[in-house]
Design a protein around this ligand. Structure first.
Ligand code: GLN
Length: 485
C-alpha cells in the first residue's frame, strides 16, 4: 500500500484491522522515513530492530480489539522506558536506562502500540525551541531555518514530518501546544491529574502533564483515551469518569458559549495573529456557537509567576542528579567536589539558570517575596478562570504570540524566549485542559495555531469544539522536503 506514512492514525488502524496492511509494513515505512530524515534530528534513541520484531510478533498473533493495534509510535525522551535509554535531553542522564516504564507509555504498549524509540526534547523539558538539548537542536520540517518549538520539538517534527503517526509530549508551560502550533499539528494538554506522571522525568511537578500530539483532532482524542487513566502510583492522579473521547467526538457545538479574553491581545502582537483569532471567532460562530467577550484580569502576571514556580520546583526535582545515581559522574577530589563537577558538566546552561533562579526564590529571606507571592498569584489566575467559567463553556485564544521563529534568534535572550509562553502558561498554572489546532498560515507559509481552553476535566468539550473548527478550517500543512535524503 502506498503512502502509509501520510495516513492518519484512524486510517492506519482501519487498514490494519481490515488486513490491508500489516503492522510490519507500517512499522517499516515509518522507520524508512526516519532513516531518510536524520537531518531533522528528531531521535535521540532509535529502537528500530526491536520495533520490527514486535510488529512481526503482532502480525502473527494480532489483537484487533486493542485501541492501537500494531501502530508504531515514537515518544518524547522524557518518558521512562524500561530497558531503553531515557535521557531527558540531558548529558547527566545520557547513559540512564530505567528499570521501570512510565504509566502513559505502558498504556500505549498495552493497547498494541509498537515503540519506535525516543524523541529529542529540550533539556529536562526546559525551553521553547528545542535548542537546549544536549543532543543538538531539532529542525522543523516546515523550513530549514525554523525551530520546531519546544520542549516537545522532536515530537512535533516527528509527527509533522511523518516519522511517527502520533506521539506523546509533556506540557509544563506550553511544551505540547506551542510546538504543535509551530509545526501545524494538533496537541492537547490535559487537565492536571488526567494522565499519570509516574515514570516521567520531573521538571515542575505541580505543572507537568503528558498529552497527545497528532495530525488531527480525532487521532488526538483516541490517543488521549488510551493514555488518560487513573493511576494509584501517582498521588496527584485523579479518579474521575473519563469519556471515550474518540467515540463521543461530535462536531455539534451549537449553543456553546465561547469566551474571548481581552487580555490575550498583547502589545506588538503581529496583525496576522489577530486576524487568525478573528477568523477563529467566525469559525465557531459558523458552527452555531456564541462568542462572549470576557476578562481574565491577572493574565499578565502568569508568565512571571510561572518563571518563579517552575524553576523553584525544578531546582528541588533536579537535586537528585548528583553523580551517585543515574550513571553520569565526573570524578572529584572529595564528595562535594564530585557533586559540583558532575552537576556543572552534566547540566546545560538553561538548566543551570533555572536551578539558580529556583534555589534563589526558595531561599530564606526571598521565599515570601517571590515563591509565596507567585503561589498567591497562581490562585488569582485560577480564580479568574473559575469566574468566567460561570458564563462560558470554553475559551478561544491564539496558541502563541507569533509563528515559529528562526534557529538561534532568541538563544541569547531568555526573556524573549520565555515571552513565547504567554498564552500557554496560565492554563498550566490553573491546571486546566487546552488544545492547540492548526488554523492558518502566516505570509511566509508558516503554520499558526488557535488554542481552546476548557474547564477542568472537560477534555471532551474542547475536543468537540476543535473537531468542529477543524472541519471549517480545512488546514493543509505545507511541509518542505529539504531534509529528505
Ligand atoms: N517553554 C516553557 C519553559 O521553558 C515550557 C516548557 C514545558 O512546557 N515543558 O519552561
Amino acid at each position: 500500500m502506498n503512502n502509509i506514512i501520510s495516513q492518519s492514525l484512524t486510517d492506519l488502524i482501519k487498514n490494519i484491522k481490515d488486513k490491508k496492511i500489516s503492522s510490519e509494513e507500517v512499522t517499516k515505512s515509518f522507520i524508512q522515513r526516519a532513516e531518510k530524515s536524520k537531518k531533522l534530528n528528531c531521535y535521540i534513541t532509535e529502537d528500530f530492530e526491536n520495533a520490527i520484531n514486535k510488529a512481526k510478533k503482532f502480525d502473527k498473533k494480532p489483537n484487533y480489539d486493542s485501541k492501537l493495534p500494531g501502530i508504531p509510535v515514537a515518544v518524547k525522551d522524557l518518558f521512562c522506558t524500561r530497558g531503553l535509554k531515557t535521557t531527558a535531553g540531558s548529558k547527566i542522564l545520557s547513559n540512564f536506562v530505567p528499570t521501570y516504564e512510565s504509566t502513559v507509555t505502558q498504556n500505549m504498549w498495552s493497547e498494541g502500540a509498537i515503540p519506535l524509540g525516543k524523541l529529542n526534547c529540550d533539556e529536562f523539558a526546559m525551553g521553547s525551541s528545542n535548542e537546549t538539548s544536549f543532543f543538538g537542536n531539532v529542525q522543523s520540517p516546515i523550513d530549514k531555518n525554523l525551530v520546531p518549538g519546544g520542549s516537545s520539538g522532536g515530537s512535533a517534527s516527528a509527527v509533522a514530518g511523518q516519522l511517527s503517526p502520533i506521539t506523546i509530549g509533556t506540557d509544563t508551560g506550553g511544551s505540547i501546544r506551542q510546538p504543535a502550533s509551530f509545526t501545524g499539528i494538533v496537541g492537547l494538554k490535559p487537565t492536571y491529574g488526567s494522565c499519570s506522571r509516574y515514570g516521567i522525568v520531573a521538571f515542575a511537578s505541580s505543572l507537568d502533564q503528558a498529552g497527545p500530539m497528532a495530525q488531527n483532532v480525532k487521532d488526538c482524542a483516541l490517543l488521549q483515551e488510551v493514555i488518560s487513566t487513573y493511576d494509584p502510583k501517582d498521588s496527584t492522579s485523579i479518579d474521575f469518569k473519563r469519556s471515550h473521547y474518540s467515540e463521543e467526538l461530535t462536531n455539534n457545538i451549537k449553543g456553546k458559549k465561547i469566551g474571548i479574553p481581552k487580555e490575550y491581545r498583547v502589545d506588538d502582537m503581529p496583525k496576522e495573529i489577530e486576524d487568525l483569532w478573528q477568523k477563529g471567532i467566525q469559525y465557531v460562530k459558523d458552527c452555531g456557537a456564541e462568542t462572549i467577550d470576557i476578562s481574565l484580569p491577572h493574565t499578565s502576571y502568569a508568565l512571571p509567576a510561572y518563571y518563579i514556580v517552575a524553576p523553584a520546583e525544578a531546582s528541588s526535582n533536579l537535586a537528585r542528579y548528583d553523580g551517585v545515581k543515574y550513571g553520569f559522574r565526573v570524578k572529584g577530589e572529595n564528595l562535594i567536589d564530585m557533586y559540583e563537577k558532575t552537576r556543572s558538566e552534566g547540566f546545560g546552561a538553561e538548566v543551570q539558570r533555572r536551578i539558580m533562579i529556583g534555589t534563589y526564590v526558595l531561599s530564606s529571606g526571598y521565599y515570601d517575596a517571590y515563591y509565596l507571592k507567585a503561589q498567591k498569584v497562581r490562585k488569582l489566575i485560577k480564580n479568574d478562570f473559575d469566574e468566567v467559567y460561570k458564563k462560558v463553556d470554553a475559551i478561544l485564544t491564539p496558541s502563541t504570540p507569533s509563528s515559529a521563529f528562526k534557529i538561534g534568534e532568541k538563544t541569547n535572550d531568555p526573556v524573549s524566549m520565555y515571552l513565547n509562553d504567554i498564552f500557554t502558561v496560565p492554563v498550566n498554572l490553573a491546571g486546566l485542559p487546552a488544545i492547540s489546532i492548526p488554523a492558518g498560515h502566516d505570509s511566509k507559509g508558516y503554520p499558526l495555531g488557535l488554542q481552546i481552553i476548557g474547564k477542568a476535566f472537560d477534555e471532551q468539550n474542547i475536543l468537540n469544539i476543535a473537531f468542529a473548527m477543524e472541519e471549517k478550517i480545512n488546514f493543509k500543512n505545507k511541509i518542505a522536503d529539504w531534509w529528505i535524503k
